[in-house]
Design a protein. Structure first.
Length: 395
């Protein structure tokens, strides 16, 4: 099987760009089509969504029981949604995702006690490599902190492992509402420490460790970078924040604003773009995030990284946003905060896409473009001396 889009479209996303400035950050604007149609969704995304409409919805249909649970028993509602969605939730390891790799990529699974309980740590790596020590990426999945489960079949991560010749880890961190903040934060930080401490065993370069994820995983990635700095363990070289949650509740850093005027949706696209509202007033988002944070103040930078008083000394960042995502303004504002703190940042806004577009790997061109931007960012990390010897990974 081949991609649903052509190579010319992918090249356009990688090589062509316009610019916008947000809070001092230079945001690269990328579009898949040369047609200038402001307010329209990408045609590949529209086509993909038509296919998905034929699938059963993992979310219970709104009814009295659903609404009652949403208002008074949100934790039980999240568990119900998670249980119902198993095997249906869209992800890059879905059967519809195409394997775009051309070389053999090995997949390993480890069961580790990282912090208080056993976690599964998946690992992808190309079998043949010319590097003595490879760079690595620790991936933290999205899912609102309550859903998502790595399975070792993620085509997005497998593609990154091949294209970057990197070791890509995928952590099955503990979910809310059973495990509240800071449980997942402690596990993510422990995973980074474990990977760094076992660099020889994994054949990785300890100065080229990246961490990244989308949505809730982007939050955990930003928080883990903050935690590593605070602990005096600057072992993360790159943070990759895709459609990340960096402000929870009503916590907002100075200068930040959210306005519906920042989102132009053509009338013909409104039913496709979905509901775009201020995250601080989004009841659905609150139902997802509140069980995770428990009673902790959202001003805590380990919940809302944008509330950190000092961002200096953090690792360089690749910040990815989607035009039709209500979280876009906060992620781009955070990119500006990082720039003002002297952190090297590359920020990209993909036009015509929504929050979950990266999950449509091989079906929507922006998802592959994002993977290749991650590959480029990993490849730009300077290697430790003496890592150019040939190394052949065995089976």
């Amino acid at each position: 099987m081949t991609r649903a889009y052509d190579n010319a479209t992918l090249r356009r996303l990688l090589n062509e760009e316009e610019h916008a400035e947000v809070n001092g950050a230079d945001i690269l604007l990328k579009k898949a089509t040369p047609d200038d149609r402001p307010g329209y969704l990408d045609p590949w995304l529209l086509s993909r969504e038509e296919e998905l409409r034929k699938l059963p919805s993992p979310v219970p249909k709104p009814g009295l029981t659903f609404l009652w649970s949403m208002l008074f028993r949100p934790e039980k509602l999240l568990i119900q949604i998670r249980d119902t969605a198993q095997g249906i939730v869209l992800s890059p390891d879905a059967d519809s995702a195409i394997d775009l790799t051309t070389e053999e990529v090995l997949v390993f699974r480890q069961e580790l006690v990282l912090w208080k309980k056993t976690n599964t740590l998946w690992r992808y790596e190309k079998k043949a490599t010319s590097q003595a020590r490879r760079p690595c990426l620790l991936h933290l999945h999205g899912g609102g902190f309550f859903a998502g489960k790595p399975t070792g079949h993620d085509r997005f991560l497998k593609y990154i492992a091949e294209q970057a010749d990197a070791v890509v880890f995928d952590l099955d961190y503990s979910l809310s509402p059973e495990h509240k903040f800071p449980h997942a934060v402690n596990e993510a930080y422990a995973a980074v420490r474990h990977i760094h401490d076992h660099a020889d065993e994994y054949g990785i370069d300890p100065v080229r460790i990246a961490i990244g994820g989308g949505s809730a995983g982007g939050n955990l990635s930003a928080v883990t970078a903050l935690r590593a700095k605070a602990e005096g363990t600057p072992i993360i070289a790159l943070q990759i924040l895709m459609n990340a949650v960096v402000m929870m509740g009503t916590s907002r850093p100075p200068g930040y604003t959210w306005s519906p005027a920042d989102f132009h949706v053509a009338d013909a696209m409104k039913k496709h773009a979905g509901r775009i509202v201020d995250p601080a007033r989004d009841r659905n988002l609150k139902v997802m995030l509140d069980p995770y944070r428990g009673g902790e103040s959202t001003d805590n930078p380990y919940l809302s990284p944008a509330m950190a008083e000092d961002l200096t000394g953090l690792p360089r960042a690749l910040v990815i946003t989607a035009e039709m995502d209500s979280l876009r303004p906060q992620a781009e504002h955070y990119a500006g905060q990082l720039v003002q703190a002297g952190v090297p940042v590359k920020a990209i806004r993909y036009l015509g896409i929504k929050h979950d577009t990266p999950a449509h790997f091989s079906q929507v061109p922006q998802a592959e473009a994002i993977a290749l931007e991650i590959v480029a960012a990993i490849n730009d990390l300077p290697a430790a001396p003496g890592t150019d010897a040939i190394h052949q990974k065995g089976t």
